[in-house]
Design a protein. Structure first.
Length: 279
């Protein structure tokens, strides 16, 4: 994970700075020292503090970061999350990347916290998805955890999730499940198997075959979800997915599902407003 984050940071600096930040280099002496503060301008949940430290130190190991508010804390306008001290040139060149990461991560953590609070009093946990910004998945998934959510698989490598297309291309539920079981045995891999079902016929096929860890109910209504939960009877983990909004979230949770996956946590989130200003 650390290697992926370092590569992301290097790529982001290459994209932003190119052959040099000519504005800063032309207007600020290399010896000038200064301080900048991270000012919160909107209420939400702060996320990305630990990554910000990595960004600053990767660019200039001599930058000093004093943190006042940790990841996962609820913040309000006027709060100062950190003060960073070092070369003014370094402060100016790291500002945008740090803000881009922290604003996006804080937006995701804020949205996740809202969903988590909506589920209070039920056993259901909110899951993220693979609907993330390419290259930024590790950071976005970390932000979901900071907000109180749970990471689904990180990618295609850490779980088997047989979705509708896999089932259709494989030639049915039976072939998809037995193929996955055979593959894992041959490769000596210990991965969980989850399968998506679109209706009660597919659900009954899965229950007849068995050998999976979790069943995903795709685009079921809350009423049908309750029926499915009763049919499954606690034999497998259950995840609800597809078209679930904040307003319908609790209707699904009270049916007794273990998880609800929500693409909106990462795919269409608004960044939390904050700025990095000279002290």
């Amino acid at each position: 994970m650390n290697d992926l984050i370092n590569r992301l940071i290097d790529l982001a600096f290459a994209e932003d700075i190119g052959d040099g930040d000519h504005t800063t280099l032309s207007s600020i002496p290399a010896t000038a020292m200064g301080k900048s503060k991270l000012l919160i301008k909107e209420a939400g949940v702060l996320a990305g503090v630990e990554i910000a430290k990595v960004i600053f130190h990767r660019f200039d190991p001599e930058m000093k970061v004093e943190v006042f508010i940790e990841d996962g804390t609820e913040v309000k306008p006027g709060d100062i999350a950190m003060i960073v001290e070092g070369k003014v040139q370094s402060l100016l060149q790291t500002e945008r990347l740090m803000l881009n990461v922290m604003q996006r991560m804080s937006g995701i953590a804020t949205m996740t916290r809202k969903y988590v609070k909506q589920l209070e009093g039920t056993k259901t946990r909110v899951l993220d998805t693979r609907k993330t910004t390419p290259g930024m998945r590790m950071l976005e998934k970390e932000a979901v955890k900071i907000g109180g959510g749970v990471n689904h698989r990180i990618g295609l490598f850490d779980m088997i999730l047989l979705k509708d297309n896999h089932v259709d291309f494989a030639g049915g539920i039976d072939k998809a499940i037995t193929g996955a079981q055979k593959y894992l045995k041959e490769k000596g891999k210990d991965l969980k198997i989850e399968i998506e079902v679109r209706n009660f016929d597919e659900l009954n096929q899965v229950l007849a075959i068995g050998g999976v860890d979790r069943i995903m109910l795709d685009n079921f209504t809350p009423e049908n979800t309750k029926k499915a939960v009763d049919i499954i009877g606690g034999r497998y983990e259950i995840e609800s997915s597809g078209g679930i909004t904040f307003d319908t979230l609790r209707d699904y949770a009270v049916t007794g599902v273990d998880y609800i996956s929500v693409g909106a946590l990462t795919h269409s989130v608004k960044g939390l407003d904050m700025s990095f200003k000279a002290v």
